[in-house]
Write a protein that binds this ligand. Structure first.
Ligand SMILES: Cc1cc2nc3c(=O)[nH]c(=O)nc-3n(C[C@H](O)[C@H](O)[C@H](O)COP(=O)(O)OP(=O)(O)OC[C@H]3O[C@@H](n4cnc5c(N)ncnc54)[C@H](O)[C@@H]3O)c2cc1C
Length: 461
């Protein structure tokens, strides 16, 4: 009898060896070779009712693009994804696939398919060989302003440009891309890839103006006065929530986004020869909060002797990235909470006081809160501290001046109509500024949905 040639195990994606990783900021996951991609694609069962598609916020035709991979039609496969998602090379790398498409994979006879790995393979192939620009609708003569150049703003911009509108993106920083540029480190998402994806959006006809803070340099009313007929706010959630404990303003204490921005955008690791922005990382580094894995891994690459993340319940991040961080030497201390930070005579941080936590009594819903264990306080000596708790939207600057836009005071998010994403007449919003800190793919989805509503609005006005 003939044996079935079905590979049960997922084809592993090659990675930079652990001993090489800390000497460089180069990407750790190296991507599939053609041979590996073909072998992984061959494992897909091509389900007729694919749950992987249902689990994808953008409903990408996963079996369809994998079939094209099998046939060696890599560009067509990439184009199939790009119809729904203007940033496949980004999402192939950073989407939390294990909670989305891969969770839906019904490959019951073996490991689920590495859908992200295949998406990355075809997207990189397309970027290498040159992305074809789709047909653009004839000009409508209408202009739309986009506030913020993160994934939400760029996906709204791309969709609107394809529909024939003139689109200008206003970005506060000197480089576009939002968190993709300033937050997610090079070793997870090379900036070359982000630039290539942004270049695609530019080639659709989108203009990107940097160093303009809407709400300060220009108000939203100014944008309408300049002739824009609609505005999309995709200004993200970049404002840190501090811990509210003594010592947070000591030298050597950074918030997560400041720390990552110094490295990713200002190249502080090259200071003083290659950058004017300094960063202090030496000795032991304490990361306070569950969102800290990127900062922890960056700190190890910047020469820290030891890096420990102190957090309460569960680390935030993709499973692979958490595994890689642990392999690289990041230490973890769950069920702990910082109490105060102590400095030396020059006000540089030197110690963190923490307390251990244990589950308290369950409430009526059965949920337990973590409560401090009496007398369990301990000290951790650290010369650098990164506060890596939640970030919230900075709605003040962008919104203060906008026509009747309402903000949820508690969550600091912009309130929109859930269907149309309209916040006020002619003003739409989406991405982290509406949802609070979420994900790249959700931001792209919000940008696309807003673009549909803006298009409908423009066609009536
Ligand atoms: C360190 C870190 C790692 C992450 N890792 C992942 C990951 O692996 N996978 C994943 O799916 N998600 C990840 N996320 C979450 C994800 O990056 C965000 O959910 C996503 O970027 C939100 O997109 P956005 O367009 O809404 O906002 P952003 O990406 O924050 O972009 C907003 C842009 O608006 C600009 N802006 C703000 N105010 C103004 C203004 N007044 N005028 C003009 N411009 C303005 C900002 O400078 C910024 O460029 C991570 C987040 C962080 C912080």
């Amino acid at each position: 009898m003939q044996k079935l040639d079905v590979r049960l195990k997922q084809i592993p994606m090659p990675e930079l060896p652990v001993e090489k990783r800390l000497q460089t900021f180069d990407e750790v996951a190296l991507g599939y070779s053609e041979e590996q991609a073909l072998a992984e694609a061959a494992r897909c069962l091509q389900c007729t009712h694919p749950l992987c598609v249902e689990m994808c916020p953008l409903r990408i035709d996963v079996p369809g693009f994998i079939k094209l991979v099998r046939q060696g039609n890599y560009v067509e496969a990439a184009q199939k994804i790009r119809q729904e998602n203007c940033m496949p090379a980004v999402c192939g790398r950073v989407c939390p696939q294990e909670r989305l498409c891969v969770l839906g994979c019904k490959n019951v006879i073996g490991d689920p398919i590495n859908i992200g790995g295949l998406e990355r393979f075809v997207a990189d192939y397309e970027l290498e060989t040159g992305v074809t620009i789709p047909d653009i609708a004839p000009s409508t003569g209408r202009s739309v302003a986009i506030v913020g150049s993160g994934p939400a703003g760029l996906s709204a911009a791309a969709e609107l440009a394809k529909r024939g509108h003139h689109v200008v993106v206003f970005e506060a920083l000197h480089e576009p891309g939002g968190v993709l540029t300033y937050g997610i480190p090079e070793f997870r998402l090379p900036k070359k890839v982000v630039k290539q994806e942004i270049d695609y959006v530019r080639r659709l006809g989108v203009e990107i103006k940097t160093n303009i803070v809407i709400g300060r340099t220009l108000t939203i009313d100014d944008l309408f006065d300049e002739g824009f007929k609609a505005v999309f706010i995709g200004s993200g959630a970049g404002l840190p929530k501090l811990l509210g404990i003594p010592g947070e303003n000591l030298c050597g204490v950074y918030t997560l986004n400041e720390f990552l921005l110094r490295v990713n955008l200002m190249r502080a690791h090259l200071f003083p020869r290659g950058s004017k922005t300094p960063i202090r990382v030496r000795g032991r580094v304490a990361i306070l909060g569950a969102r800290g894995m990127d900062a922890a891994r960056a700190a190890l690459r910047l020469g820290a002797e030891e890096v420990c993340i102190f957090y309460q319940r569960k680390l935030v991040g993709r499973v692979d990235d958490i595994r890689r961080g642990i392999e690289e030497g990041v230490k973890l201390q769950p069920s702990t909470k910082p109490v105060k930070l102590l400095g030396d005579e020059n006000r540089w941080v030197k110690l963190v006081e923490l307390v251990k936590l244990k589950p308290g009594q369950p409430d009526k819903t059965g949920k337990t809160k973590l409560i401090p264990v009496l007398g369990s306080e301990f000290l951790y000596s650290a010369e650098t501290v990164v506060i890596a708790t939640d970030h919230v939207p900075n709605t003040v600057a962008a919104i203060k001046t906008a026509r009747n836009v309402k903000v949820d005071e508690k969550r600091r998010t912009i309130i929109v109509d859930p269907e149309t994403l309209m916040a006020a007449d002619g003003v739409f919003a989406g991405g982290d500024v509406v949802s609070g800190a979420a994900s790249v793919i959700e931001a792209i989805k919000a940008g696309k949905r807003a673009a549909q509503s803006i298009h409908a609005y423009l066609m009536k006005h």
